[in-house]
Design a protein around this ligand. Sequence first.
Ligand code: DON
Length: 315
Amino acid sequence: MALGKDEGQMDLQAIVDDIASMMAPRLGEGRVADYIPELANIDPRQFGLAVTTVDGQTFHSGDATTAFSVQSISKVFMLTLALGKAGESIWKRVGREPSGSAFNSIVQLEHEHGIPRNPFINAGAIVITDMVLAGHKPREAIGEFLRFIRFLADDESITIDEKVARSEQATGFRNFALANFMRSFGNLEHPADLVLGTYFHQCALAMSCVQLSRAGLFLANRGTNPLTGFSVVSPKRARRINALMLTCGHYDGSGDFAYHVGLPGKSGVGGGILAIAPGKASIAVWSPGLNKVGNSALGSEALEMLAIRTGWSVF
Ligand code: DON
């Protein structure tokens, strides 16, 4: 897909550099996620921004080539895999509505028969991982997931950070509670430790902004990765994944993100955000300090600036 005339004339490198320099004096704002002990050791004074356009060019600035823990952003890619395996039948076990609750909340599950509100809150993502596991060993499911990410980003160097995975495995009591609670309703087919062993590894995926922006590009380009020419999902499915990112991608901060940025987006407690400008570009931003709802503080502001400067809001 070719970029429009306006994008052709826009100096994206200057915009990306400008935003990074505006953030430079504010590095360290927000609070690093420390409930996963390994993430508490990250230097908060980092900021990276990468924009990959649908014609295959990448513009980046700051710490955009430093790998970070993508955490919940991985849920977009696991959802894509689950849809590929089970199609629309996945919606029998997980909803498509915003929760208005924190990403790790358990409260709605009791009244809603163990069916999580959407695939991006932790409970929903755990069910999605259970679907991808589908009788295989966690090692095999993690291997499949990593191969998929490398295929999407067209980059064989991407890895999973074992230390982060083990750190969350040792402390993820709330996720164990969510998984066991859903199993009691019959909405988890595998034992909690197998599903979570897979889930913690998927969240521990380490990628830079440049790699992440490339991996998300199929969502900006009607399901086809313009870097490789491979059709990843149909245009209809790409549109639907973007709709879920817009409505549910930032948990109880989703409305605010839509208001300020106006793009489908998915955040992670590692401080990364993947945002999609349909027909235009895939954008990845990273800064570890989080705001009150657990989304990157500087990252959210940087995306607002980018959306204003480019006019890429979907609204
Ligand atoms: O399950 C967890 O709590 C983490 N592995 C992922 C949470 C997360 O990234 C929420 N995002 N803002």
